[in-house]
Design a protein around this ligand. Structure first.
Ligand code: HPA
Length: 276
């Protein structure tokens, strides 16, 4: 049987480093991950401290130029939060364990809530670029797991149902259209073929993307509650007659950031209230 390739001590060392950086501050129990195009959202944090990923021991480097690679600590809507601007993907050559490294670090820091955002291609008929999809569940095709070498883990509650309910209510109050759907993980870096998208639709997928799933699996195994939000940046391959373009994905992500930022600022306190 294979064993985890990342030693437990690496997570501890990374967490110790961040804890030292945060000394004197309230330790956040909420973390936020900004997907493609959403980096400006980090500017919404108050009392911000920036820690480049490269400074954190054992932290995998981000190679995608569209991802900043900075961890911010601060307050969003008054709530202490850690905010990851950019993530590592398997298409950069990382294993799922490496892509989910930060989740293991967060667990050791005592973080209990993880709000994940990503850019995704819309598969469900009727989705338009700019739409938001609340991830209700996912499909992971192909091999690889961040849990290789560890115990079995339940995935039936990977996307916290109370958080989803709060997200739907909050969106409703804001007049924001938010549809629940299933996210399918495609490792990339190539976009999908039209035939793959037809197959994904038949499998029950509503949106497709190249991130998030490794981290959600790790979070579920570690007991961290997850909320996942996809920004539909494009219609999936073969749906428009046009080729896919990463610039379009990035631009649409950027366009959505104001709306997503306003939503997250309402969501964070609502999620905290649920626990009181
Ligand atoms: N496919 C995969 N990943 C994506 C897409 C897509 O169409 N859009 C944004 N991320």
């Amino acid at each position: 049987m294979s064993t985890p390739s990342i030693p437990s001590a690496y997570y501890e060392e990374a967490a110790d480093f961040v804890r030292r950086k945060l000394s004197g501050r309230e330790l956040p129990q909420t973390a936020l991950v900004l997907g493609s195009g959403l980096a400006p959202l980090a500017g919404e944090l108050e009392e911000t401290l920036a820690v480049p990923y490269g400074d954190i021991p054992h932290f995998p480097a981000v190679t995608n130029a569209a991802h900043a690679g900075v961890l911010y600590a601060g307050r969003l809507a008054g709530e202490p939060a850690l905010c990851f601007s950019g993530r590592c993907h398997c298409y950069e050559g990382y294993s799922m364990e490496e892509a989910a490294f930060y989740v293991g670090m967060l667990a050791r820091l005592g973080v209990r809530r993880l709000l994940l955002t990503n850019a995704a291609g819309g598969i469900r008929p009727g989705f338009r670029p700019g739409d938001l999809m609340l991830i209700a569940d996912h499909i992971k095709l192909g091999p690889g797991s961040p849990l290789t070498g560890s115990a079995f883990a339940d995935m039936t509650r990977a996307y916290d149902s109370a958080y989803r309910q709060i997200a739907l209510e909050t969106a409703g109050e804001m007049g924001l259209s938010l549809a629940e759907g299933v996210y399918i993980y495609a490792p990339g870096p190539q976009y999908e073929t039209p035939a793959e998208i037809r197959a994904f639709r038949a499998l029950g997928a509503d949106a497709v993307g190249m991130s998030t799933v490794p981290e959600v699996i790790a979070a579920a195994a570690l007991g961290i509650r997850v909320l996942g939000l996809s920004i539909i940046t494009n219609l999936a391959a073969g749906m428009t007659g046009q080729p896919l373009c990463d610039r379009e994905v990035l631009l649409e992500g950027r366009r959505a950031y104001g709306q997503v930022g306003a939503f997250l600022k309402k969501l964070l306190p609502a999620i905290r209230r649920e626990e009181l």
